[in-house]
Design a protein around this ligand. Structure first.
Ligand SMILES: C[S@@+](CC[C@H](N)C(=O)[O-])C[C@H]1O[C@@H](n2cnc3c(N)ncnc32)[C@H](O)[C@@H]1O
Length: 236
């Protein structure tokens, strides 16, 4: 069908509206504001938390987590809330390459243990920072192939456990997202950028081929991919 994009390969040429430094700031702020609702509908972070984070949390001390490409910070806030409900302390640093995202995140009501900073993951590696967990949501599809490789190297240096969550590209995801989200999110970049994100995202086997062998790719439920890594600690 001519109105459908070509899903046989990733769209890598077209950039998202939110990544344009000159985009409409009001629409961008509404986009950050609406990420929370979109993520609640599509991203499944409570499941990711239960399966990949909660089993490794420690009660005797504060746990630390880095959220890369944090946007408005909704995933970071959600993870702190989930951990607190289970009786754990989780301290989160959210970083984003875009100062507009960090300004928005810092303008939201403060949360104990939550901080934001405009930075790239490589800067944190240079500073010798360490976390228990690194996560990202909807970041991978923004990156070029070399950026993906250096992100993964940084994550392996920064934390023992990493979970990157993203969309899986498909025509059904694209049509479903357009039909469901267009009436709900009219005044932001959520719909145009969401549709383009689906075209920019990986399929399961593509992501497997794109990452080093010690990274695992799973499809936890339809239209979603999880890229995880556990650092093997040296025994002596
Ligand atoms: C689609 S938004 C997702 C925001 C947030 N994770 C969420 O799910 O609500 C992607 C974010 O990644 C940021 N980003 C893109 N490339 C990045 C990079 N190399 N390092 C850090 N952040 C990046 C963008 O500025 C943007 O805020």
């Amino acid at each position: 069908m001519s109105w459908l994009p070509d899903f046989s390969r990733r769209e890598v040429a077209q950039a998202e509206l939110m990544d344009d430094p000159h985009c409409d700031l009001d629409a961008l702020q509404r986009t950050y504001q609406q990420f929370g609702a979109v993520n609640a509908l599509v991203a499944g972070w409570p499941l990711v938390y239960r399966r990949f984070i909660r089993p490794y949390l420690r009660r005797e001390r504060a746990n630390t987590l880095l959220d890369i490409g944090c946007g408005g910070g909704d995933v970071a806030r959600g993870l702190i809330r989930l951990a607190a409900l289970d009786g754990y302390t989780l301290r989160v640093l959210g970083i984003d390459a875009d100062p507009r995202a960090i300004a928005y995140a810092q303008a939201q009501p403060p949360y104990s243990g939550l901080h934001f900073r405009c930075a790239m993951s490589g800067e944190l590696v240079q500073e010798g920072q360490r976390f228990d967990f690194v996560v990202s949501n909807h970041l991978l599809h923004h990156l070029t192939a070399p950026e993906l490789q250096s992100l993964l190297d940084d994550c392996a240096a920064l934390a023992a456990r990493t979970v990157h969550a993203d969309i899986e590209r498909s025509a059904l995801a694209w049509v479903g997202f357009g039909v469901l989200m267009t009436p709900l999110f009219r005044d932001s970049f959520i719909v145009p950028d969401g549709l383009l994100s689906i075209c920019r995202s990986y399929r399961l086997n593509e992501l497997r081929r794109a990452v080093p062998p010690d990274w695992e790719v799973r499809r936890p439920f339809p239209f979603r991919l999880l890229l995880t890594h556990t650092r093997r600690e040296k025994l002596c």
